[in-house]
Each structure stands twice: as structure tokens, then as C-alpha cells.
Ligand binder design. Sequence first.
Ligand SMILES: [Cu+2]
Length: 122
Amino acid sequence: MNHLAVNLGGAAVIGLIVWWFWLSRPRARQASADTPIDIVVADGVYTPARIEVPAGRPVTLRFLRKDPSPCAEKVVFDGFNTVRDLPLGQPVDLTIVPERPGEYEFTCQMKMYRGTLVVRNA
Ligand SMILES: [Cu+2]
């Protein structure tokens, strides 16, 4: 398998994710602890980078790090006092219960990767 094929495969997967999460369902997804939200960590961006969840219910975010650079090795949720290590290629589940509506940023430890958890009134 050559690198181009791998990259094209990755792009196809990302395209599929974009289509599935953003284009096929323009309104916010229903999220719950039982059905994790997959977040790919690659090329300096979280995909998806903006996630809407209802307040007061547990939600599980499943991070999959594909970026080998040390920049991507942690995810930090300041608003929830939570930091997780992200081993390369291994999904990491993070379950939180967002009690109050608002926008909560999550970032890598250097704040180069940036995402937003949008908590709505349920
Ligand atoms: Cu970083």
C-alpha cells in the first residue's frame, strides 16, 4: 500500500464523516452516553470541531488521534477540569455530564487544536 493510497483513503473517510455528521443531518445530532460521538484528531483539526449536546445528560466523546505529532497528544476540557492522554490510533472515550448550557472549548495542550462543545437546554 503506498502513501498516496493511504492518504486518499483517509480523505475519503473524513469526507464520509463530514457528510454523515454535517451534511446529511444539518440539525444537531442527538447524543447520549450510549452512542459515542467520534472525533478524529488529525491535521491540526478536530473533526467534527463543533458538537451540540443537550444539557444534563451524559455524553461520551470518543477521540481517535491520527496525528503522530506531540501537539495532539492531549485533549483538555478546561470547563470540566478534564485532561486526557490520546494514544496514537487508540480510541479514548471521555464521558461528561454538561450541566449548564453554554459553549465549552476543548483544545490540545497548546491550544492549537480547537473544538467547541455546545450545550443546549434539553
Ligand atoms: Cu497542540
